[in-house]
Design a protein around this ligand. Structure first.
Ligand code: COA
Length: 162
């Protein structure tokens, strides 16, 4: 069985991430969307909230699992029996960062290979930071994030008084 993991912060998950996830399910028997605890970023949603939101918005996609993890991503991959890591590559500016991550992961776990997927055009400029900023400033980006993600963000920002 070909298992791949698709790790990320997913703070929050966007239609761009979902697009990559769907592409990956066409190639792998099982794709594990792995929500990271250690990301080096201050997140707006807690780990459990990010995991729960990912579960809700991907519930209709077959061949996937949503799991959270802490520690090194390669250790999680090992535990899950995955030797392939999936990442989205949106622009040349992503490349250097992605290359260094892929090489470090390979150094840590020789069997791991990273495969890059290119998102659809309409998601090329999308990022979770941009989504948070637009929502904070009252903009609407309905076709870039699922409705319930927009609602969760608005609620969270009110609660946190952001
Ligand atoms: N559509 C929309 N946005 C996308 C995207 C897509 N297809 N692909 C990436 N992005 C955005 C993300 O939203 C995120 O935006 P942000 O920076 O504004 O939040 C950015 O691109 C990159 O994010 P993401 O895919 O979440 O990856 P990340 O770089 O935040 O996550 C981990 C990196 C979690 C994989 C990495 O930190 C990790 O592996 N952590 C575990 C600890 C570890 O093993 N560290 C060593 C790794 S070498």
């Amino acid at each position: 069985m070909k298992i791949a993991i698709y790790p990320g912060t997913f703070d929050p998950i966007t239609n761009g991430h979902i697009d990559i996830l769907k592409k990956a399910t066409k190639i792998f028997d099982e794709v594990i969307l792995a929500v990271a605890s250690e990301t080096g970023k201050d997140t707006i949603f807690s780990l459990d909230e990010r995991e729960e939101i990912c579960k809700v918005v991907t519930s209709s996609i077959k061949g996937i699992k949503i799991m959270k993890f802490d520690g090194l991503v390669v250790e999680f991959a090992k535990k899950m029996g995955a030797v392939t890591m999936i990442r989205g590559l949106r622009a040349i500016s992503d490349f250097e960062y992605e290359l260094s991550q892929a090489l470090m992961n390979k150094k840590l776990y020789e069997k791991i290979e990273t495969i890059f997927f290119v998102p659809d055009n309409k998601y090329l400029y999308l990022s979770s930071t941009m989504v948070r900023q637009v929502i904070k400033l009252g903009g609407s980006i309905k076709d870039l994030i699922p409705d319930c993600v927009e609602e969760a963000l608005i609620k969270k920002m009110k609660y946190k008084k952001i």
